[in-house]
Write a protein that binds this ligand. Structure first.
Ligand code: HEM
Length: 283
């Protein structure tokens, strides 16, 4: 992901394609060869288990293997798994890391959500999907994290198929358009105190992340909206809520909450510049 997010001269000067002056293509080819090998091993492993009689069909891979060869072939499956793996891992883990960082930086909010969890679920218990509907403040925290730390800050680039006029600007055919959702989430004409982490702003608001409210588009919008959205909006509150409800959390060392570095690192996804060092203390 780090390599994929680096500016590549070839994108601006396509005639350099063959020379690959920064070696980006060469390194990406190496990485993809390794990941492809990993995916192929996954498929082999599952096929072997099925041969030995384990056909439980609970695995995404099983759903795909069941439609071979009529609808897809093995190569499709490996590439699809690769897509899901690449697109679904950093985005989810970074969001959780940012949410934990914001909570450790804002002890009042941390205490408030832990109170909600204790009241609704009971301290010390893991939460499951069905519980999320009963935890409105936890859901506000997840939305606020998506607003201020959207994982794909410029979405995936769009190409304009026909010239158009928009708000007095002409956008010529074939232009590449980047949507800066990072800036939209921090726009003071849309959000009050946009740089403050205030989950309460969503308490009485219907604004949602599913691509209908243009001021909050962490999963993009339209035909290319993130297909992992239904999974992510279930798994993130479940994981975050479970972590918060089963441990006491402290920042590592003597660091005071206010001193926590909240800078992001530019790339395809928006990671924390300095990884969060948090200490879980058993209850
Ligand atoms: C916090 C979690 C996640 C966030 C914030 C996120 C965000 C995004 C965004 C912004 C896009 C581009 C959409 C656009 O340009 O309109 C995208 C694309 C994509 N996401 Fe996610 N995503 C997350 C989790 C996942 C998961 C868990 C998966 C799969 C298991 C996944 C699979 C994909 C795929 C395959 C694409 C490319 C879709 C295409 O180009 O048509 N994402 N995601």
């Amino acid at each position: 992901m780090v390599e994929a997010g680096k500016p590549n001269l070839v994108d601006y000067f396509p005639f350099l394609h063959k020379i690959d002056p920064q070696g980006v293509r060469r390194r990406m080819t190496d990485y993809f060869t390794k990941i492809n090998h990993l995916m192929s091993g996954l498929v082999d492993g599952r096929l072997k288990e099925r041969e030995m009689g384990n056909r439980s069909n609970i695995h995404v891979l099983d759903a795909l293997l069941n439609i071979i060869p009529e609808e897809i072939d093995r190569h499709h499956i490996e590439q699809l798994c690769l897509d899901l793996f690449v697109a679904g891992t950093d985005t989810t883990s970074n969001t959780l890391e940012w949410a934990m960082a914001e909570l450790l930086k804002n002890p009042y909010t941390l205490e408030k959500v832990q109170k909600e969890l204790a009241q609704v679920i009971g301290r010390g218990k893991l939460i499951d999907e069905a519980d999320v509907a009963k935890l409105p403040y936890l859901r506000c925290i997840v939305k606020e994290t998506f607003r201020i730390h959207p994982q794909v800050p410029f979405l995936i680039p769009r190409k304009v198929e026909a010239s158009l006029e928009l708000y007095g600007y002409t956008i010529p055919k074939d232009s590449q358009v980047l949507v800066n959702v990072w800036a939209i989430g921090r726009d003071s004409s849309l959000w009050e105190d946009p740089l403050d982490f205030k989950p309460e702003r969503f308490w009485e608001s219907d604004i949602d992340v599913r691509g209908r409210d243009f001021e909050l588009l962490p999963f993009g919008v339209g035909r290319r909206i993130c297909p992992g959205l239904p999974l992510a909006i279930r798994m993130i509150p479940v994981t975050l809520g479970s972590l918060l409800n089963t441990f006491i959390w402290k920042l590592h060392g003597e660091l005071a909450p206010k001193e926590l570095n909240m800078e992001g690192k530019f790339g395809i996804t928006l990671a924390k510049a300095q990884p969060l060092l948090a200490v879980p203390i058993p209850l």
